[in-house]
Ligand binder design. Structure first.
Ligand SMILES: Nc1ncnc2c1ncn2[C@@H]1O[C@H](COP(=O)(O)OP(=O)(O)OP(=O)(O)O)[C@@H](O)[C@H]1O
Ligand SMILES: [Mg+2]
Length: 410
């Protein structure tokens, strides 16, 4: 077998400094191509078939997710690592669902991206080898077909088994990569922050109380706290950390989340209609987590309507003034109804279980499990009604924030 040429890494980022950094990091070991926008990236993918692409999600013109979807049409084997800001994690999750290998958060750690690059290139190589292997198996299958029934049956069983193993492996490694990356980055950031913070406090003790250096130190400490929050935010994607509890206006929450789903719905000829409760209901909660719940349900609805359809989102308030005792028990509801394929009755008890999916390698089966966990953390519920062939209705119910405190439930 011929020795492979140097792997090609394509870097797509509108910032010149970022492109230059990638070039410096990788040029000794790989062929590095850099381009400033999505259109040029697609042309390079078409012409040069790179092995790995680092893709900025936020670019003027064609956005990263759009580029990613187009890339999948041109070369389904190309591994894509999405480069994102911490404020854009929802987009990173979306990118993972579109088949990205992993994501990195700006500003990034050179060691970490070198490791991600070598893992992605290894996976790319294994995928190509697997594909060649499966292709040759299929050819072999055809040849053996002529050699009698028994051999044929055995080969089919083997190739099926291989296929399942390969899918299982890809699935598991993607999940592990997502959790592991988030936790590692957060951990790496928090340790040095603790040390810096301790030294600042020590320095304070040796300074006269009237020096203006104290003001500078205040500023440094505020920035350290901010970094700490960023790290915490990251960790919440791999474990439960302290949520940022605020009063969340539900109509605005839905409207914001729709920005994330509309391009996908539009491309699939899915019409999205909204009916907002006029009283502008609010709930207490973590805005990012609640966005994640809505996003999961809306993505599922779109996936249930590959040939188009309709999503109706309705917000409302129930239980108010129905005499349920002190403090009332008003609940804010968000109903998401689709006209998709529906859910067979025998699946209904399983859909909230982790890893239950009917989407093969396209689903992790975590969307509803995470969503119901988040709803529970908010003392709420998610219910479903569905009929095969007619569609599904998911109903999120959360305690109304009308006169509550701003503390999360203990
Ligand atoms: N709106 C819906 N219409 C039809 N089936 C649905 C709908 N929502 C969920 N399901 C079913 O429930 C299963 C579990 O959904 P869940 O969101 O947890 O995982 P997934 O969508 O398969 O994968 P992931 O969300 O991790 O990409 C889906 O595979 C699908 O069979
Ligand atoms: Mg899902």
């Amino acid at each position: 077998m011929a020795i492979a040429e140097r792997p090609i890494i394509l870097v797509v980022d509108d910032e010149e400094s970022v492109r230059r950094s990638f070039d410096v990091i990788f040029r000794d070991d790989y062929e590095v191509l850099t381009v400033p926008d999505g259109e040029m990236a697609l042309a390079k993918v078409q012409d040069l078939m790179p092995n790995l692409m680092f893709l900025d999600v936020r670019m003027p013109g064609m956005g990263g997710l759009e580029v990613l979807a187009e890339v999948r049409r041109i070369d389904e084997d190309l591994e894509v690592v999405v480069v994102t800001a911490v404020s854009d994690l929802a987009t990173a999750i979306e990118a993972m669902k579109l088949g990205a290998f992993n994501y990195i958060i700006k500003p990034f750690d050179v060691n970490a991206i070198q490791q991600i690059a070598s893992r992605a290139l290894l996976k790319h190589r294994i995928n190509l080898e697997n594909r060649r292997f499966l292709e040759s198996l299929t050819q072999e299958n055809v040849r053996l077909r002529t050699q009698g029934k028994r051999l044929k049956r055995r080969l089919q069983a083997t190739s099926h088994e291989l296929h399942e193993m390969r899918e299982g492996f890809a699935h598991a490694s993607k999940l592990a990569a997502l959790g592991e990356t988030a936790a590692t980055i957060a951990h790496e950031i928090r340790n040095p922050l603790t040390v810096i913070s301790a030294y600042i406090q020590l320095t304070r003790q040796h300074l006269p109380s009237n020096t203006k250096v104290l003001g500078h130190l205040d500023r440094v400490e505020r920035e350290i706290q901010r970094l700490n929050r960023v790290a915490q935010h990251l960790m919440s994607y791999s474990s439960r950390s302290n949520p940022a509890w605020t009063k969340v206006p539900v109509n605005a929450l839905v409207e914001d989340t729709l920005w994330l789903i509309r391009p996908r719905a539009h491309a699939q000829h899915v019409e999205v209609m909204t009916d907002y409760d006029a009283s502008s209901p609010t709930v207490q909660g973590d805005q990012d987590q609640l966005t994640q719940v809505l996003l999961n349900l809306l993505v599922n609805a779109c996936q249930a309507m590959p040939d188009g359809g309709c999503i109706q989102i309705t917000t409302g308030v129930r239980g108010e003034g129905e005499g349920e005792g002190e403090g009332g028990a008003a609940q804010v509801t968000i109903q998401i109804a689709d006209t998709g394929c529906g859910i067979p009755e025998e699946h209904l008890p399983n859909i909230f279980q982790p890893f239950f999916t009917t989407k093969g390698k396209d689903g992790t089966g975590l969307g509803l499990a995470i969503s119901s966990r988040i709803a529970r953390d908010h003392q709420g519920t998610i219910d479903v009604q569905s009929e095969v062939g007619r569609g599904s209705v998911f109903l999120i119910a959360l305690p109304s924030a009308a006169q509550d405190s701003t503390a999360p439930p203990s």
